[in-house]
Design a protein around this ligand. Sequence first.
Ligand SMILES: [Zn+2]
Length: 228
Amino acid sequence: MTNNHFVKYEDLLSIEGFDEKTDKEEFVLLPLEDEYVIGKYQERRNMLEFGHQIAVRRTVYEKLISVAKELKKVNNNYKIIVVYGFRDMKKQEKYFNEILEEVKDQFNDTMEMYEYIHEKIAVPLVSGHPTGGAVDAAIYDESIEQILDFGSEILDYSTLKCYYENDDISEIAKNNRGLLRKRMMSVGFAPYDGEWWHFSYGDKEWAFYYDKEKALYNQVDASIIFNK
Ligand SMILES: [Zn+2]
């Protein structure tokens, strides 16, 4: 039996806004090559924002470096690979509205419909990636130039193996998931049971997970951060 818990759209509505002070925090681009943290978009999802570089909030980057330093005590070849970070709020709205158009005739109840869509793509108002606080990440082993065995490919939503707890994955994969989660949580990231690779800091999911009144970061448009 597994024990995954999915945060619902309704849960996230209980978080009141965000802290204007912390929301002023700048964004940084993750390096493509580095000893500790690398950012590499996966071809699977074509959501490029800044060429091939991934943007996150500065504190998120600093926390990822701390995680990588801890992982090196386990194995000096380990580092953190991030395959997705900031997503433009306009894109979040576009993807959300596309699904909304497809399914709206099937629902009478708006809340029910939003919950249904939220499982596929977060409702923009509560979404994590457009805050720059959420990352899709894994442990990368430099000696074999591969992501460790996590029991499923990162960003692969096609099987239930994307759920954190899954009985059909190996003990090695379970241990790797546990190691990643433990280290990410030790620096303050909130995990998400629906995707073993998704973690966030400062967004509404994080606020709900750690019982905070407000998020630290609001969602933003790419044009605002980088004056594009
Ligand atoms: Zn994610």
